[in-house]
Design a binder for this molecule. Sequence first.
Ligand SMILES: NC(=O)c1ccc[n+]([C@@H]2O[C@H](COP(=O)([O-])OP(=O)(O)OC[C@H]3O[C@@H](n4cnc5c(N)ncnc54)[C@H](OP(=O)(O)O)[C@@H]3O)[C@@H](O)[C@H]2O)c1
Length: 352
Amino acid sequence: MTVFITGATGFIGRHVCASLTRHNHAVIAMLRDADSQLDTLRQQVDRLGGQGQLIRAVSGDLDQPTLGLDQPLPTLDAIIHLGARFAWQLDNEMARRTNVTGSLAVAELAHQQQCRLVFISGFMLENHAHLNRLGIDLENASRTHWPQVYRRAGGYEASKLEAAFRVREFATHHELDLVEVQPATVAGHSKSGELDDSQPLYSLLDNLARGRMALVPGTRAHWLPLVAVDHLAEIIRLGATIATVPGKLLALDANTPNLQPMLAQAAVHMGKRAPNHHIPLPVLAALLRIPGLPALMNTYPEALHFIQPTRFDTTTTEAFLQQHRLVAPNMTTVIKASTLRYQQQYDTPLSP
Ligand SMILES: NC(=O)c1ccc[n+]([C@@H]2O[C@H](COP(=O)([O-])OP(=O)(O)OC[C@H]3O[C@@H](n4cnc5c(N)ncnc54)[C@H](OP(=O)(O)O)[C@@H]3O)[C@@H](O)[C@H]2O)c1
């Protein structure tokens, strides 16, 4: 198959490229700076066990009208849309332009190509109580007052949520073959533990290692659901290449420990003591409104939304994965690998 992908150079994207090319699919990566990014991407994909030579690049940018594509595309079998502005405290307009308008441009491309669109949203789309609290109208999303959602959730999360609802609406109107993959917070590679330093789990491990976590956010019931990056990449590959796929794939390991035991596991591998007492999320969020504190604590109020007590129904996804003999790696192993890799990279020695 020929698969077009945005966000190929990102943490998830390069693992998806490795998985696709390992299975002999041809990949067309839309890159902002194709001349300088393609060689590095191919090398990374080779290192991850894929076939870098099966990737070719086209120049394009989610911020440009019609993606600024610089050449006609061949017939595509699927488009995987991973590209996004992914950071806390994003300017709302910038977040909207890349994550919402950009996603709709990618959906339009899938419509022109009459091919499947695999859209990467996030697991919080399945936390309906949270969506209600943010002010999203689940009965009729077009009635949502989005500026309020941006105020409550911040630019990144709000733009990802808006993009998901608008892409769903586009798909319904245009009878687009849409598969939405909803990843939990992404953990490192299940064997190597590879985890980019821009990833939220990396920040959590870094805070633990540097003694910035005296208290555990939330209560004993709170958790931060995880999925290993290599497992997620396989789910996305299946979502793009298998003929019959559920419309939504919730990529979340229901066996992820709650936050305190997860921190305790990581702390053991760091030779540190894990925090045992909790701080209620509203108290922490109020503290983080003090100017300068988020940067000092390396924690942003928006990130706290992803720590919650809600449990999710993963039965549809699990049945699909079982059908295709894809087994999730053991989460204890994933947490250990991610922590050891973190240690290897940055523990030498830790600056205060
Ligand atoms: N990581 C998680 O925990 C997580 C969880 C749920 C959902 N997701 C979603 O998964 C997707 C990928 O996440 P990630 O962790 O791999 O992110 P990442 O490492 O930050 O990668 C982001 C990718 O998007 C590209 N990009 C950014 N702005 C662009 C633009 N204007 N035009 C074209 N490409 C652009 C980047 O390209 P450059 O290399 O050129 O910057 C990069 O390839 C995102 O949609 C994110 O919302 C992630």
